[in-house]
Design a binder for this molecule. Structure first.
Ligand SMILES: [Zn+2]
Length: 303
């Protein structure tokens, strides 16, 4: 009898891609496959900036090569991760349909490797064109009709993916009152399990023009809700981990695409969930980079 498991069907893959496993009825063979994945290991990618032109180089970096290399590294991990999360800026610049078609093609190896992918929107994405390409097999059910949000329960943490894209090619981000209400309700409905929130934009309190515009309203929701342990984002194209005065970890993922400052690493982050914290390991695309292999151990704030 063949031990080979069928790859996810396109429809199954896309449902998982966009809303997470909560809404998916797993076929028996998929359950078997999910049992081979480690539910505590996740690959975190950001700012992949894929252009339909696979030869395009920006600031010395070929984005298609980097994405392909990262995909290969994820699939070669000793423990296959439970999923890949991409925190926005999937498209090169203005969210063109051809860029998303290219992304869909480059996601094939993960699909065949039974690794689900969850994607947030960035300011270089276009939500409508993203959906038209990646949801061509049918739109999955959504918690919020006009935003790409998801709650992904796992044994040790709940991931919450938010959508901070306000307007394509306009640098700052906005969650908006409706999404903030959904976030507060979702957190109040799940008060116990450590919760990690992801979106594209960095929070800022200095009214910088590139930040999340409603940072203060967002922080006012997550700071007092002690199950929130970390906020993970991209946008700045630089790798940085710090802690909010409330004890929430602020994790700025590196860009997998190009970097603005040549000394910054381009790469992705391997996250391993522990009972009371998380281990992050930076995987630079350039293994000679001094940040390659850097490990950050985080402890969760008290509940
Ligand atoms: Zn970006």
């Amino acid at each position: 009898m063949s031990k080979h498991l069928p790859a996810l069907s396109r429809r199954e893959f896309l449902v998982r891609t966009l809303v997470g496993s909560a809404a998916l009825v797993l076929a028996p063979e998929l359950l078997a496959a999910s049992q081979r994945r480690d539910p505590n290991v996740w690959a975190l990618l950001s700012d992949i900036h894929l252009s339909a032109d696979a030869s395009m180089v920006q600031r010395g970096i070929n984005m298609t090569d980097h994405f392909t290399q990262a995909t290969r590294e994820v699939l070669a991990l000793r423990k296959r991760p439970a999923g890949v999360i991409i925190t926005g800026d999937c498209a090169f610049n203005s969210g063109q349909s051809v860029d998303y078609e290219h992304l869909a093609r480059l996601l094939q190896p993960l699909r065949q490797g039974q690794v689900p992918v969850y994607i947030a929107m960035g300011n270089h994405d276009n939500r409508e064109r993203f959906r038209a390409v990646l949801e061509a097999g049918g739109a999955p059910p959504r918690p919020l009709a006009d935003r790409q949000v998801a709650l992904l329960p796992t044994p040790r943490v709940n991931w919450i993916i938010l959508d901070s894209l306000e307007k394509t090619l306009s640098t700052p981000g906005l969650l908006g009152p409706e999404q903030l209400d959904w976030l507060a309700r979702t957190l109040d409905d799940h008060p116990k399990k450590p919760t990690l929130i992801l979106a594209h934009h960095n929070v800022g309190t200095t009214a910088k023009r590139s930040d999340l515009k409603d940072s203060e309203a967002f922080l006012n929701i997550i700071r007092p809700r002690k199950q929130v342990k970390a906020y993970i984002y991209g946008h700045t194209h630089s790798w940085h981990v710090e802690q909010d005065p409330s004890g929430i970890h602020l994790i700025n993922l590196p860009a997998l695409g190009y970097v603005f400052r040549p000394e910054d690493p381009s790469g992705w982050v391997l996250a391993t969930l522990k009972r009371r914290g998380m281990r992050l390991e930076l995987r630079s695309m350039d293994p000679a980079h001094r940040a390659h292999g850097q490990v950050v151990e985080l402890k969760w704030r008290a509940a």
